[in-house]
Structures are given as structure tokens and as C-alpha cells.
Ligand binder design. Structure first.
Ligand code: NAD
Length: 363
């Protein structure tokens, strides 16, 4: 079984070495107050692509931990999706409401430019398409721009389509048929992705109970699609076939796992398992089929990739549809290996990187 280690050496180089990150760039600018970290995990398959998030981290250690964890996730997401991309991510430390300025963003863009295409940035938490346009003024190594600026546009519908495909594959594994008609789904979060997913689910005849941090948003979605709204914490106790986390990470943890009555988990949130080594095997023991998050939520990255290779939304959707087959393969592999799906998915991603790394060993 693949062991997914958490960092034990908390020194900067200890953390960088833990998951073999290639390069970490600390960006500082006195004038604009920029403090950012760019994490490049692996570029064997191609340039490291991943969004920039701005967050008021409690400490620099927390920011470093986040960028290392997120950039590693991007490597696996790209690799398992068959993309010629590496994994990277960036964090800007600060309050996006009060500290984000054009000058700060453009200075950050200069740091991205200095990496000469080794890292390609995109939008993430607390960043807008307008912010991306500022960064684009300093560097061409930006993806995920709005369609009006020649970009690939909102990735959420493509992400939702991939989650839907992954969910169907996991349902096939659990129930023998991939039909969602009559299946009861607990949907956590009806934001960008959750709402598009809700549309797919109800169209196929699933019965959805949903929740959202914003009650009016939940109520509106429930009314629009004939779903039932429940309280934030009640979502874990629902008598459902499928739990679909589309809000936050780490919702599968010691407190929630015993409450889940579902047979399938498939959602868009990143890092759904609070501790992969503990909660991955725990789900197997409980007979719950888990569709690996970074595999089934890759539609957004696949969509952004079209910008890098110059193709279009339709080709992104065609590629995203393959998430169905990829998920089935990973679930079967995990079962054969006596492993859990998240570990099997990581192993598969690592195998692709290792084998293609050999291809590149000659000029
Ligand atoms: P979003 O911010 O549009 O939606 C998230 C929704 O979750 C919001 O409506 C928010 O109110 C709600 N929420 C927050 N805390 C909650 C809680 N405790 N309980 C219930 N609801 C809660 O984000 P999104 O773009 O829809 O992304 C959803 C998830 O999928 C995120 O974890 C994101 O990282 C991940 N993801 C998104 C994409 C994409 O293309 N947008 C791609 C890959 C992964």
C-alpha cells in the first residue's frame, strides 16, 4: 500500500524535501508589501500549472504548508488526467479585501515572469479574473482568463461534469449500474461547481438534499431544482446513497465518518480526507466507495489546459468525460491491490511521471 506521509521535519528544507518539491520561490517587495510563495512540485511532465490564492494566513509556516500541499496535489491531478503539465501553486499572504492592489498583483506577475514559463499561474481563492488580467500585464504565463480576453473562461461547468462522471463510475462500482435515477444524494455546497452538479443530478432523476453556508443560496437552489434543504451540520446524517462534498476540504474526518450512511463519496472539494492514511482505509472498512477528489475534480484543470495547448471547450469536455473510465480503473486497481482509492490514484499518477521521466532522459 502507498504510504502518504505527512511532514515530520518542520524546517523549511525539511518540508520541501518531504514530498520532493523541485523549487520554492519566496517573493518579497517592500514597496507593494508583496509576500508570496510559489511552490513548484514537479515539472517532469510539463510546466507547473496551478492557481494563485490570496489568504490572510496566521503564519508564514501555514502559508508554506498550504502551497506545498496544494502544488503537490496539482502534480497528481495533471498526471492522472493524462495532461502534459507539472504541479505548482502560489500563495500571496495578506487580506484580499484590504491589501490587494494593482501594483502588488503586477509585482507578483514579475516574479512569475522571472520563472520563464516553468510556472503558469491561474485564478484561485480570493482572486478574480480582473486580478489575472493585471498579472497578465507583466507575464504571459497566465491561464484561466475570461473568454472575452481569449481565455478558457469559467472552469466550473467542466469541473462539475467531471465530478458527475466520477460519481457515476463510483456508483457503478457500488451498485452494479451507473444510473443515478432514484439515487439519494447529499450535496454539500451549491456554489459554482455544486450548482452545475445539481443540474446534472436532477436531470438524471436523483433525489437531492443539499446545504450551503449561505441559507438563501441553498434555498434558491432547492427551489429551482426541487431538492430538499437541510442544516449545515445535518448533511452528514442524511439517509442517502451518495455524499458529495462540494464546499470545503477535510470533511471526511473522525467526527463525520461514523455518521455517514452513504455507499459512495464523490465531490469536487480538494483534500476531502482529513488524513489520507487514516480516513482512506477507514472508508474501505465501512464499505464506502470513495472517488478520489483530485481525479474527479480535474475538469477545471483540463479546461485551463486548453488555453496552454490552444484547443477549445468541447475538447475539454471530451477529455473530462474520460474521468468515468479513469475512476473505474482506479477503483478496480485499489480493490485488486487491497489498497484504498486515494492511494491507488496517487500511485498511478506517480507511475506516469516515472515512466515519462525516462522518455525525457535523452535529448
Ligand atoms: P464556491 O466558493 O463557488 O462554492 C462553495 C460553496 O460552498 C459556497 O456556496 C459556500 O457558501 C459553500 N460553503 C462554504 N462552507 C460551507 C459549509 N461548511 N457547508 C456547506 N456549504 C459551505 O466554490 P466552487 O468553485 O464551487 O468550488 C467548490 C469546491 O470545489 C472547492 O473546494 C474548490 O476548491 C473545489 N474545486 C473547484 C473547481 C472549480 O472549477 N471551480 C475545480 C476543482 C476543485
Amino acid at each position: 500500500m502507498v504510504e502518504i506521509q505527512e511532514a515530520t521535519d518542520t524546517s523549511v528544507f525539511g518540508q520541501i524535501a518531504e514530498h520532493q518539491h523541485e523549487q520554492v520561490v519566496f517573493c518579497h517587495d517592500h514597496e507593494t508589501g508583496l509576500r508570496a510563495i510559489i511552490g513548484i512540485h514537479n515539472t517532469v511532465l510539463g510546466p507547473a500549472l496551478g492557481g494563485t490564492r490570496m489568504w490572510h494566513y496566521a503564519s508564514e509556516t501555514e502559508a508554506l504548508h498550504d502551497v506545498l500541499r496544494l502544488s503537490r496535489g496539482m502534480t497528481y491531478k495533471a498526471a492522472i488526467s493524462g495532461l502534459n503539465l507539472g504541479g505548482g501553486k502560489a500563495v500571496i499572504i495578506g487580506d484580499a479585501r484590504t491589501q490587494k492592489t494593482e501594483a502588488l498583483l503586477r509585482k507578483f506577475g514579475r516574479f512569475v515572469k522571472n520563472l520563464n514559463g516553468k510556472y503558469i499561474t491561474a485564478e484561485d481563492v480570493n482572486m478574480t479574473t480582473k486580478d489575472m488580467e493585471y498579472i497578465r500585464m507583466e507575464t504571459s504565463h497566465v491561464a484561466g482568463l475570461p473568454e472575452s480576453s481569449g481565455g478558457s473562461g469559467d472552469p466550473s461547468p467542466v469541473t462539475a461534469y467531471g465530478v458527475y462522471m466520477g460519481m457515476k463510475a463510483a456508483v457503478k462500482k457500488a451498485y452494479g449500474s451507473d444510473s443515478l435515477a432514484g439515487k439519494r444524494v447529499a450535496l454539500q455546497g451549491v456554489g459554482h461547481v455544486g450548482l452545475y452538479l445539481l443540474e446534472h443530478l436532477t436531470k438524471e432523476g436523483a433525489q437531492v438534499v443539499l446545504t450551503d453556508y449561505y441559507e438563501d443560496r441553498a434555498l434558491d437552489a432547492a427551489n429551482r431544482f426541487g431538492a430538499k434543504m437541510v442544516g449545515l451540520d445535518d448533511i452528514y446524517d442524511q439517509d442517502v446513497d451518495i455524499y458529495s462534498p462540494c464546499a470545503l476540504g477535510a470533511t471526511i474526518n473522525d467526527n463525520t465518518i461514523g455518521r455517514l450512511k452513504c455507499q459512495v463519496i464523490a465531490g469536487s472539494a480538494n483534500n476531502q480526507l482529513e488524513n489520507e492514511n487514516v480516513h482512506g482505509p477507514a472508508l474501505v472498512e465501512r464499505g464506502i466507495v470513495y472517488a478520489p477528489d483530485f481525479l474527479i475534480n480535474a475538469g477545471g484543470l483540463i479546461n485551463v489546459y486548453t488555453e496552454v495547448i490552444g484547443s477549445n471547450r468541447q475538447s475539454a469536455l471530451t477529455q473530462t468525460e474520460k474521468i468515468y473510465d479513469f475512476t473505474r480503473q482506479v477503483l478496480d486497481k485499489a480493490e485488486q491491490e487491497g489498497s484504498h482509492p486515494q492511494a491507488a490514484a496517487i500511485r498511478q499518477a506517480k507511475e506516469r511521471i516515472a515512466s515519462l521521466g525516462k522518455v525525457k532522459s535523452t535529448y
